[in-house]
Design a protein around this ligand. Structure first.
Ligand code: C2E
Ligand code: CA
Ligand code: CA
Ligand code: CA
Length: 279
């Protein structure tokens, strides 16, 4: 049995491919970064613009990470690792701290904007209502107001009862709720009735081939109509062309976000951006 165990170990160790090795490397580097006050982690802000006036109505906070060796890792890579290893809670806390600090910096420079959206993964909801309390405490400690904050959650956060409780706690505390990647999840639409969702974000997959893509166009139009009938605002993500922006505006989409309007940028550049887009 011992020999067999050894063989099995050998088998597994050989099966540890590049991907797993890379994930282990990311995990230990991320753990270290978080133990070190989040060294190498920062927040990039992407503007959200009113589709009609192009006034800046808010920003989305997106996490960025430069590892000690200078390599920049995208959240698409390290967020799943953080979720799997439970580091997502510490990462989320660290990012919220940064966002609050950055809001203070912007205010010092004379800039205020209505909302800042932070992404909250379903894994973070496992912390229960303590998560909401912690968010509130952090925001209050920085002298910021909860009502400026929006949490972006994917539909998967709404499918279990536990997640739903936390969501309701966020809402009661005064956070705006935004459904991210709308249309890509597997959940029913019933939650739109049950929760006071303020925004739906149409996934960029539906926006990409507009306006030529007839199915995409039909889905986008239907989502906007449904959302508006429910008193919910619609944000389109991944807007890269004027043709997409025109189509979305013409069909009543409220807010546009994408490289056409502004790429995710560090807070210093955001101040310049806001200065240029001052209304
Ligand atoms: P997401 O929340 O759906 O964010 C939108 C992603 O699309 C971002 O990628 C953004 O940089 C990118 N994007 C924005 N405009 C355009 C465009 O015009 N065209 C294209 N092709 N892409 C565009 P990013 O920053 O790499 O983030 C990827 C995902 O990682 C996010 O998707 C979000 O789910 C997750 N994420 C990022 N930061 C955090 C965080 O602090 N916490 C959590 N839990 N998740 C995060
Ligand atoms: Ca998002
Ligand atoms: Ca999204
Ligand atoms: Ca509403």
């Amino acid at each position: 049995a011992k020999a067999q165990g050894k063989n099995r170990f050998q088998f597994f160790s050989e099966a540890i491919d590049g991907k797993v090795r890379q994930d282990l490397r990311l995990e230990s580097a991320l753990r270290q970064a978080l133990e070190n006050n989040g060294t190498g982690l920062w927040v990039a802000y992407q503007p959200k613009l009113c589709a009609k006036t192009r006034a800046v109505v808010g920003v989305e906070a997106l996490t960025r990470w430069r590892m000690p060796d200078g390599q920049v890792v995208s959240p698409g890579e390290f967020i799943p690792v953080a979720e799997r290893t439970g580091l997502i809670s510490a990462l989320g806390d660290c990012m919220l701290e940064r966002v609050c600090t950055d809001l203070g910096v912007l205010r010092g420079a004379g800039f205020e904007f209505p909302t800042v959206a932070v992404n909250v993964s379903s894994h973070q909801l496992l912390q229960g209502e303590a998560l909401v309390e912690h968010f509130c405490d952090t925001i209050a400690a920085h002298g910021e107001s909860v009502c400026r904050f929006e949490v972006e959650l994917t539909e998967s956060a709404l499918t279990d009862a536990r997640g739903a409780t936390v969501l309701e706690a966020f809402r009661v505390a005064g956070f705006k709720l935004s459904i991210d990647d709308f249309g890509t999840g597997y959940s029913s639409l019933g939650y739109l009735k049950r929760f006071d969702v303020s925004t739906l974000k149409i996934d960029q997959g539906f926006v990409r081939d507009l306006p030529a893509d007839q199915e995409g166009a039909a889905i986008v139009i239907a989502v906007i109509q449904m959302a508006h009938a429910l008193g919910i605002d619609v944000v389109a993500e991944g807007v890269e062309t004027e043709a997409q922006a025109d189509f979305l505006r013409a069909n009543g989409c409220d807010v546009l976000q994408g490289y056409l309007l502004g790429v995710p940028m560090p807070v210093s550049e955001l101040a310049e951006y806001l200065h240029k887009h001052r209304t």
